[in-house]
Write a protein that binds this ligand. Structure first.
Ligand code: ATP
Length: 269
């Protein structure tokens, strides 16, 4: 029930090795991982670590994956909640969940808090389409209040994700809040190839599978689409009673993913 699911706490075994491309993002987060692994060391040096990191990028480009990889790489617990869940809550519930989550994360520090879809609570005030407005504002204020209240050496890093940075309330982006921004782009050809390879690690492949060619034929695909492509190809091979996935399966799966996302776009508009 939604009552029991206040927020999720997890351990992650994902690391930066599971993330293809995104070299700049990984480099920035590597620095944070270094801190989370040994906050005492940084404390002795008087170094202040960013409290809030905003991951910005189109859907399926690996924002959640990166946040999990940061947790796995640092070997710290990971607390997560999605902004869109707050919208359905009664006034006050969102704020109390935020409070509980920050309290748990501090108790288990060093730790990471991940807030997915921050734009659903963090939209600029006064742009709402009515409904849930108070709730949103209270939740947002609670998040900001918690971050402002951090001890400067509190070893809790808050990572938030959005694909709508343009609608965010400026209050979120002020110094001391989400002042470290990381942009994730759609993968280029080389990154697409690497993503296809990562997601077919456990898939038996026929000799004719050519990831170089497949990566050239998947312009505009996000990581999530590429993962989906590999899975669709494997399902197809299963249906055809094949022992390995061949290039024909990959190409058919590619067309299916293209059609699927076109349909979504039509419905989404
Ligand atoms: P959304 O905005 O829709 O929440 P997101 O940016 O958080 O999307 P993820 O949930 O991290 O995207 O990505 C979905 C899946 O796509 C991941 O679990 C992963 O398997 C795959 N994926 C995305 N980007 C990459 C990448 N760079 N390397 C490897 N896998 C990737």
């Amino acid at each position: 029930s939604s009552r029991a699911k206040r927020f999720e706490r997890g351990e992650s075994n994902v690391t930066f090795e599971d993330v293809a491309g995104l070299a700049n993002a990984k480099r920035d987060l590597q620095e944070i991982a270094g801190y989370l692994k040994d906050p005492e060391h940084y404390r002795r040096l008087g170094a202040k670590i960013p409290k809030g990191i905003l991951l910005m990028g189109p859907p399926g480009t690996g924002k959640t994956l990166l946040a999990k990889a940061l947790a796995g790489e640092s070997d710290v617990p990971f607390f997560s909640i999605s902004g869109s869940e707050f919208i359905e809550m009664f006034v006050g519930v969102g704020a109390s969940r935020v409070r509980d989550m920050f309290a748990s994360a501090k108790k288990e520090a060093p730790s990471i808090i991940f807030i997915d879809e921050i734009d659903s609570v963090g939209r600029a005030r006064g742009t709402g389409l009515g409904g849930g407005h108070d709730e949103r504002e209270q939740t947002l204020n609670q998040i900001l209040g918690e971050m402002d209240g951090f001890d400067p050496h509190e070893a809790v890093v808050v990572v938030a994700a959005t694909n709508r940075p343009d609608v965010l309330d400026a209050a979120l982006l002020r110094p001391g809040r989400f002042d470290r921004k990381i942009t994730l782009d759609l993968p280029d050809k080389k990154a697409r190839k690497a993503i296809l390879q990562i997601h077919s690690r456990e898939v038996p492949l026929a000799d004719d599978v050519d990831f170089e060619r497949l990566s050239a034929l998947t312009v505009g695909f996000a990581g999530a689409d590429l993962e989906n492509l590999i899975n669709e190809a494997a399902l197809l091979a299963g249906r055809e009673d094949m022992e390995a996935v061949d290039m024909a399966c990959m190409m058919q799966a590619r067309d299916k993913v293209v059609l699927g996302s076109e349909r979504e776009m039509v419905i989404g508009d």
